[in-house]
Ligand binder design. Structure first.
Ligand code: ADP
Ligand code: MG
Length: 324
């Protein structure tokens, strides 16, 4: 049977980190910096026809290619510092490059990121950004403990709803559609939240592939299970207009590209976390609880409860190599 994206990485590329503080398996790797500081390093690639539709707006691509990497830094609790940009272009289109770099540098400036290198080649359009951040204490995926709350920032499913509209799988009034497409094309990396969560959250991950799949990575790395309540997951009001409960469930639980943060924290931190959300102007919602792994089951289990209290069977998150 074909390997999934994560089996492929585990089988062919996962080696124990020797010099690095943290190697493969988290949102970013960690290496020693100076003094008490360490560096977080991450790379993400966007390919035309896979990560974005052919003909996508160049300015938005410039923004998003950096945003998805700053999101991984945010998930580690790192302050963004540097970026490298590897661009593969079908041709040297001046107008495209001008718009792309405007989008890239506008976000870079907002977060004080310096572009310090890269590579430019010819071929099918592909954008790969490496981002480097700095931190003192990391937010890792492996620190969730039984009894912790599961939190998410913002609203989930909006970016996937935007994509569904572009693909003709969903229809919304023009204004709401434009807002959902904006979430897809111009995600905001939750950098301030990541920084604020240091020393408060026990684990964190950014939601790039969808809630259930990304939470499953935290559970696996932390050797715990979780129970979350579907009705507690914040979602855009546009879903009410959509009036398609099955599509809504799929997009809210497993739609990717929101780039919000999911994190876990002891219940004693609730007050501090609510204050943090107010301070940075971002809604933070508690959606469930971390539990011990069931005895003898040999692994983590994620239970999503429907409003009637019955478990929803787990829809899959995005996997680049899953069978169609
Ligand atoms: P994210 O969605 O946070 O960017 P991914 O799901 O892409 O993370 O990757 C999971 C982990 O596997 C990360 O730690 C990433 O660095 C690592 N990884 C992915 N592909 C490779 C590869 N080809 N070689 C080494 N490590 C990889
Ligand atoms: Mg990530």
């Amino acid at each position: 049977m074909a390997l999934t994206e994560f089996q492929l990485i585990r089988r062919h590329f996962t080696h124990a980190a020797r010099r690095a503080l943290l190697g493969i398996g988290d949102d970013a790797a960690l290496i020693e910096g100076h003094g008490r500081n360490s560096y977080a390093l991450t790379v993400d690639t966007m390919n035309e026809g896979v990560h974005f539709l052919a003909g996508a707006d160049a300015r938005n691509l410039g923004h998003k290619s950096l945003a998805v990497n700053l999101s991984d830094l945010a998930a580690m609790g790192a302050a963004p510092r540097y970026a490298l940009l590897a661009l593969t272009l079908p041709s040297a289109d001046e107008r495209w490059l001008e718009a792309f770099s405007a989008g890239f540098f506008s976000l870079a400036q907002e977060h004080g990121v310096e572009l310090i290198g890269g590579d430019t080649t010819r071929g099918p359009l592909s954008i790969s950004v490496t981002a480097i951040g700095e931190l003192t204490s990391a937010l890792r995926r492996d620190g969730a403990r039984a009894g912790d709350d599961v939190w998410v920032s913002g609203e989930l499913g909006g970016a996937a709803l935007g994509l569904a509209c572009l693909q003709g799988r969903a229809q919304l009034p023009a204004k709401e559609q434009a807002e959902m497409v904006r979430r897809l094309e111009q995600p905001r990396p939750q950098v301030a939240l990541g920084l604020g969560l240091c020393a408060k959250a026990s684990a964190a991950i950014d939601l790039s592939d969808g809630l259930t799949g990304d939470l499953a990575h935290v559970l696996e790395r932390s050797a715990v299970s979780a129970r979350i309540e579907y009705a507690l997951i914040p979602r855009p009001a546009a879903f009410a207009r959509l009036n398609d409960a099955a599509l809504e469930q799929q997009l809210v639980l497993a739609g990717g590209d929101d780039y919000e943060l999911l994190f876990t924290a002891p219940a004693a931190r609730r007050g501090e976390l609510e204050a943090l959300g107010s301070r940075i102007g971002l809604a933070l919602a508690r959606v469930g609880t971390i539990e011990k792994n069931p005895d003898g089951s040999g692994g983590s289990r994620l239970t999503v409860l429907a409003p009637d209290g019955k478990p929803i069977s787990d829809p899959h998150s995005h996997d680049h190599f899953a069978a169609p």
